[in-house]
Design a protein around this ligand. Sequence first.
Ligand SMILES: *[C@@H]1O[C@H](CO)[C@@H](O)[C@H](O)[C@H]1NC(C)=O
Ligand SMILES: *[C@@H]1O[C@H](CO)[C@@H](O)[C@H](O)[C@H]1NC(C)=O
Ligand SMILES: *[C@@H]1O[C@H](CO)[C@@H](O)[C@H](O)[C@H]1NC(C)=O
Length: 223
Amino acid sequence: MKLIYFLVAFLALASSIASAYDPSPLQDFCVALNDTRNAVFVNGKFCKDPKLVVAEDFFKHVDPGNVTNKLGSKVTPVSVNELPGLNTLGISLARIDFGAKGLNPPHTHPRGTEILIVIEGTLLVGFVTSNQNNNTNQLFTKVLNKGDVFVFPIGLIHFQFNIGYGNAVAIAALSSQNAGVITIANAVFGSTPPISPQVLTKAFQVDKNVINYLEKQFWYDNN
Ligand SMILES: *[C@@H]1O[C@H](CO)[C@@H](O)[C@H](O)[C@H]1NC(C)=O
Ligand SMILES: *[C@@H]1O[C@H](CO)[C@@H](O)[C@H](O)[C@H]1NC(C)=O
Ligand SMILES: *[C@@H]1O[C@H](CO)[C@@H](O)[C@H](O)[C@H]1NC(C)=O
């Protein structure tokens, strides 16, 4: 018995040491490929020859987003896709503009924690935990004013809602060069191709007309 405990402990230790040398994934998946001619990227992007790098590779200008849309909000990401110099640096940001009563709808960043500062206006923000405590998804919520800062832990569903009378602006920093966004309603009801209504009818415990209605909606993507 003792030997088994030792082996289990040894294997656990070995795997934790091994994982410490692996980079965290920077995309949804990375199917291993033997032939590099068919490779697109390997956990990030290919690197530019340092001799060819210029200041512009580290620069990006961001204008206020257009909030004239169904959500009344616009996220302007500055990830490695917009700013190539961010590659391998583990950080990115987004500017979020809100019109009156604008909403950045419930979403998650699968690869990044987010820290947000309100530059202008008043936001109701919140995130929901995983089911770690007795299968309870706990909501943590707070009203933020100009200058207030709030953290949304990696992977958790969160939202920001402009409850003020004017516009609002926030800047979000993310702990990944490519944190990714899964907007819950868009992913569940607006996936391509659609998820079978049978699945969603059972999952949400509603009539299939409700699901058909939801799947027919145009799920605006504010990112
Ligand atoms: C990759 O190459 C190795 C060694 O030649 C081979 O054993 C393996 O089957 C290959 N894998 C794929 C997916 O082609
Ligand atoms: C903002 O978006 C709306 C709707 O697409 C469009 O009509 C309007 O011209 C845009 N405003 C600016 C300043 O681009
Ligand atoms: C979980 O439920 C048990 C039994 O009802 C209770 O004793 C315990 O305090 C709960 N734990 C949490 C973290 O809520």
